[in-house]
Write a protein that binds this ligand. Structure first.
Ligand SMILES: Nc1ncnc2c1ncn2[C@@H]1O[C@H](COP(=O)(O)OP(=O)(O)OP(=O)(O)O)[C@@H](O)[C@H]1O
Ligand SMILES: [Mg+2]
Length: 267
């Protein structure tokens, strides 16, 4: 590992970063929804991608992940969905190591919306039905319409073929498909990157609504303004390390020089 990134030149590294909001009646013994401990990834050519990332995420929060392109945001999200297995470090869901869980049930409980959505062959309805079908549950048409509406798509999309959608439409169908699995955690990788401002606002409203229903949401976004609108906490990922955890309104107080520069240029 590159030692220049494992020292503490800025006095910013904490042994464990806790992302939570203190509720007056909260039980201090309650386990975090997600615990990431010492998560490390090194590329095949030996380049560090994630460097001992440690973070606790409380249930029912929207946690924003921001950072420069290539800093490891998608890699981090994908680990939570077990799309790769860390050689070093662990991830716990409700206190259980995710590698001890059946991978399909994990992916039902932890839904992921990818940066580049890929839909299955067939129409929109087939896509939304897919997950529940795997579990032997047939979604009623009204339920499909409700999920599409939540994802800011009207009834006219139901019969559309998945290969005749724009990227922004496909992104929203993928969201409805993920929500059909009734996940407890939602991992969103730039969920509104292809959407117009109105649709973006509708999706942000849906994300906040889902949080109010108890979902825990981890969202990568390049939009600082979006993070400030809806996130409860923000993790700043720079060069594979969480260098700061801040409340959205305190982002301007970031101390890490790279984080400061990134924030200045993106605001
Ligand atoms: N499968 C892989 N093999 C080797 N290197 C990879 C792999 N996946 C990602 N990387 C490298 O890991 C680093 C982090 O990539 P990642 O996709 O997580 O970045 P990101 O923060 O999501 O960037 P962006 O904002 O552009 O989406 C990059 O340098 C990338 O080249
Ligand atoms: Mg990415």
């Amino acid at each position: 590992m590159d030692s220049s990134n494992s020292d503490d030149r800025f006095g910013l590294r904490e042994p464990f970063v806790v992302v939570e909001v203190n509720e007056p009646d909260s039980d201090p013994d309650t386990k975090p929804k997600i615990r990431v401990s010492g998560l490390t990834r090194v590329s095949n050519s030996g380049v560090p991608i994630l460097r001992e990332v440690c973070v606790d995420i409380s249930k029912g929060l929207i946690v924003g992940i921001i950072g420069p392109s290539g800093s490891g945001k998608s890699t981090f999200l994908r680990a939570l969905n077990r799309l790769w297995e860390p050689s070093s470090g662990s991830i716990f869901l409700d206190g259980q190591d995710i590698t001890d869980l059946d991978v399909l049930s994990l992916r039902r409980r932890v839904g992921m919306l990818f940066q580049l959505p890929v839909l299955f062959e067939g129409n929109v309805m087939d896509n939304v039905r897919y997950g529940p079908n795997l579990r032997g549950k047939k979604l009623q048409d009204e339920e499909i319409l409700r999920l599409l509406k939540l994802a800011d798509l009207d009834d006219t999309f139901v019969k559309k073929n998945s290969n005749e959608l724009s990227v922004g439409q496909a992104q929203r169908v993928a969201l409805a498909r993920t929500l059909a699995n009734e996940p407890e955690v939602l991992l969103l990788d730039e969920p509104t990157s292809a959407l117009d401002p109105i649709s973006t606002q509708n999706i942000e409203d849906a994300i906040v609504k889902l949080k109010k229903e108890g979902l825990t949401i981890v969202m990568v976004s390049h939009s600082i303004k979006q993070i400030q609108r809806i996130a409860d906490m923000v993790c700043l990922l720079v060069d594979g390390e969480i260098v700061e955890v801040l409340e959205p309104q305190q982002l301007s107080q970031a101390k890490h020089p790279m984080a400061q520069r990134f924030l200045q240029l993106s605001s």
